[in-house]
Design a protein around this ligand. Structure first.
Ligand SMILES: Cc1cc2nc3c(=O)[nH]c(=O)nc-3n(C[C@H](O)[C@H](O)[C@H](O)COP(=O)(O)OP(=O)(O)OC[C@H]3O[C@@H](n4cnc5c(N)ncnc54)[C@H](O)[C@@H]3O)c2cc1C
Ligand code: SF4
Length: 481
């Protein structure tokens, strides 16, 4: 620890953001970095705790105090080496991770936490700029062949790890482009897509093979893959969206959030979308149902398209502004969060139940809802009973309704049916400790086994599956830690 009183001398400074009115005019990322001097002061705030709760709070166990200190000392090449020890893609997490590490940071007990995520991003971007992220030369090849199905962060982390261990890896992806939700779900204003291409180029240079537009389970069968490869890892995500079964659901103007977000990402990438199927919020009254991140991404997208009004309705009660007593540090703080998309303009409302949708000539015009009230929280389940407030019905104008109500796990049939893997009680692919499914030699990772989660958890999962595969194939204690 370089500066023992750094946390008393310096206050937390976040990356400056372009003002909302300006950033709404484009689709690019809008945060600016800091000078090295400023960043070193942020690194100096780290107390190098005896028990670094940040590291425990990070799903991939990033060695955070080490790189905070190395940044403080200006030793960036060593910092990036430490970063890559636990994280294959810090340029993704440094942009989109909700930073559970910062929630768990000890400094966060009574002061703003260390800016861990910004430090992570600064280290990796500096490393790319300086040419320190070089393709690794794989000296020994094991002769083992592995197929990874799905190119989201779980599939990519798994492929990267296995390739670096000397196995020959081919990634199959059903879409036209690689990256999973990083590419087609998360909007460009949170993660520009050249960031993914830059990493994919490194991986290709290191020997990972990619095959796009191959829908495993349809274009190519499970048998063909298991015959051809020594192991298969299923990383197909949790793509089954939760629907809203109310009258009017089938009106034109009601879409799943992913139908909307994927289309805009394709448009941004220069792909043609037929004008009849184009979903645009320009000049329209938009209502996003669901208060999570996917909903927030719809808000940012609708505002950039020039929506007339944007509302976001959440079924559950408004979370508190501060941690509640039963939600102490270092737990993930269950508080109301304001994303950069919210800052750009939205009317958020909570405890709203959509009762029906109505329209004219098959086209959506109105959303009809009622307010909910919540009883005391059950100490065992943590849930609060909810009931409709009598006489609270209201109607709002709606040209577009986006359903961002969460995901129900992986798409059944197709891939999963073809492999015949067992599912758990939540409908996710069931695994043992080493990430093998109920089918010998077939492994799984990411949202497909965890349910819709986070990029950082997908990376953790992909790395864990790679260890499982490596141990299985080499019948030895894994060196992939
Ligand atoms: C709109 C949205 C925004 C999000 N924002 C964030 C965020 O800001 N921060 C964060 O940490 N997390 C975010 N998440 C969650 C995060 O993106 C996911 O948890 C993560 O991408 C899961 O990674 P994965 O590799 O398991 O699956 P995915 O990223 O879903 O990748 C699965 C891939 O498998 C492919 N595939 C599926 N079936 C087949 C098949 N049969 N054959 C071939 N390929 C197949 C799919 O096409 C896809 O490319 C967001 C999620 C959504 C929906
Ligand atoms: S918990 Fe916070 S202050 Fe402590 S080592 Fe981690 S980043 Fe530094």
């Amino acid at each position: 620890m370089g500066d023992v009183t750094g946390f008393m001398k310096y206050s937390r400074e976040d990356f400056p953001k372009e003002p909302a009115a300006q950033r709404l005019k484009h689709w690019k990322e809008f945060t600016n970095s800091m000078t090295e001097e400023e960043l070193r002061r942020q690194g100096a705030r780290c107390m190098d705790c005896g028990i670094p709760f940040c590291q425990g709070g990070c799903p991939i166990g990033n060695i955070i105090p080490d790189w905070n200190d190395l940044v403080f000392r200006g030793r960036f090449p060593e910092a990036v080496e430490r970063l890559h020890k636990t994280n294959n893609f810090p340029e993704f997490t440094g942009r989109v991770c909700p930073a559970p590490c910062e929630n768990a940071c000890v400094l966060g007990i009574n002061k703003p936490a260390v800016t861990i995520k910004n430090i992570e991003l600064s280290i990796i971007e500096r490393a790319y700029e300086e040419g320190w992220v070089k393709p690794a030369f794989i000296k020994i090849r094991t002769g083992r062949r592995i197929a990874v199905v799905g190119s989201g962060p779980a599939g990519l982390a798994c492929a990267d790890q296995l390739n670096k261990a000397g196995h020959t890896v081919t990634v199959y992806e059903k879409n036209e482009s690689l990256g999973g939700l990083l590419r087609l779900g998360i909007p460009d204003f949170k993660l520009e897509k050249w960031v993914i291409d830059r990493r994919l180029k490194r991986m290709e240079e290191e020997g990972v093979k990619f095959r796009t537009r191959v829908n495993v389970g349809a274009d190519i069968g499970a048998k063909e893959l298991t015959d051809k490869y020594d192991a298969v890892v299923l990383c197909g995500g949790a793509e089954s969206p939760r629907d809203l079964s109310v009258e009017g659901r089938n009106l034109k103007g009601v879409y799943f959030a992913m139908e909307y977000l994927v289309q805009q990402n394709r448009v941004n990438a220069g792909r043609m979308v037929d004008s009849k199927s184009r979903i645009t919020a320009e000049g329209k009254n938009v209502i996003v149902l669901g208060g999570g991140d996917t909903g927030s991404d719809c808000v940012g997208t609708a505002n950039r398209q020039g929506a007339k009004s944007v509302k976001q309705f959440e079924l559950l009660a408004r979370p508190p502004k501060e941690r509640a007593v039963h939600n102490p540090w270092p737990q993930w703080a269950l508080i109301e969060r304001t994303s950069s998309s919210h800052e750009e303009g939205v009317a958020r409302d909570y405890g709203i139940m959509t009762k029906r949708l109505s329209g004219e000539g098959g086209i959506l015009k109105k959303l009809h809802a009622a307010r909910l009230e919540f009883g005391a929280q059950d100490s065992k389940t943590g849930q609060s009973p909810m009931k409709e407030v009598p006489g609270s019905e209201f109607t709002v104008d709606a040209d577009l309704v986006f359903l961002a109500l969460g995901f129900l796990g992986s798409v059944r049939g197709g891939l999963l049916a073809d492999f015949g893997v067992e599912l758990d009680t939540r409908g996710n692919v069931k695994t043992g400790k080493n990430k093998m499914t109920s089918v010998e030699g077939v492994f799984t990772a990411g949202d497909m086994t965890r349910g819709q989660s986070l990029v950082v958890w997908a990376i953790h999962e992909g790395r864990a599956a790679a260890r499982g595969v490596h141990d299985y194939l080499m019948a030895t204690t894994s060196s992939l830690r």
